[in-house]
Design a protein around this ligand. Sequence first.
Ligand code: NAP
Length: 284
Amino acid sequence: MKIGIIGLGLIGGSLGLDLRHLGHEILGVSRQKSTCQRAIEKGVVDQADTQISSLTSTDIIFICTPIGLIFPTLKQLKPYLKKETIITDVGSVKTPIVLECSAFWENFVGGHPMAGTAEQGIEAAQSNLFKNAPYVITPTENTPKDGVKILEKLAQSLGSIVYHCSPENHDQAVAWISHLPVMVSASLIASCVRESDPIVLKLAQQLASSGFKDTSRVGGGNPELGVMMAQYNQRALLRSLITYRQQLDQVIEQINTEDWDSLEKLLNETQQGRSPFITPPPQF
Ligand code: NAP
């Protein structure tokens, strides 16, 4: 197939590497000339350009820009598209994107390859990033079935495990397992650094080990990404945060009233509740 990729960063670049390796012809578009040049050198694309009009003849286009630019990019693209061209995106939040893009382009299929690293940009692009990782496709009742099938086949060819769900269910699920952990972990760090006794604060910093590293990792990441999650997934994230706050209040109450039985019951439940998230149930 002739595949267009707009935004040659970590995700767009990694998609290009694998899809090209599979024999597809890849035409890339990125904002900066230097990125286009680097993408050609790295073997991410066959050709690259800063002009979106270079994608006129493609069968499918992956929009891999930052979330806020996905819909504006589609608007810019429209004059150059054949009506059969499938447009998909890789944004980490789906409801606002799918709503806007599907209303604007009939052949739009929302997607989210759930793989990444802490790095950004074309230099971060790597082969096999999507292997064994979930690739969520979020059709609506109006999404053309053929487009969904083509994206599904491409995702499978990357070695991804494909899931289908509504954009809303996607956003609530990622709020639980990705966006809530970022806010909880950030709040953990923010609480620790507020320790008012400098001797205790320094000692805590010296003693912090693997437990703190694990629980603080996602809260100590890219601030822009955290704000983006809150901004674009506000409703689902707030729902998760409010449930979390209620849960935290319950734990405070149990400890304050020395209700050790209830606390133990809760910790037994959480010990068991964790495993289906770590070893997920089979696809349905
Ligand atoms: P990234 O590494 O920063 O790459 C984005 C690239 O888009 C940049 O390298 C930039 O290239 C290019 N770009 C920016 N504005 C553009 C424009 N107007 N037109 C064309 N290209 C433009 O970011 P990323 O991590 O790949 O994320 C991209 C998308 O993937 C986001 O929507 C994100 O939600 C989604 N996603 C990210 C992850 C993750 O873990 N990072 C996982 C799954 C999905 P230039 O150098 O040319 O400016």
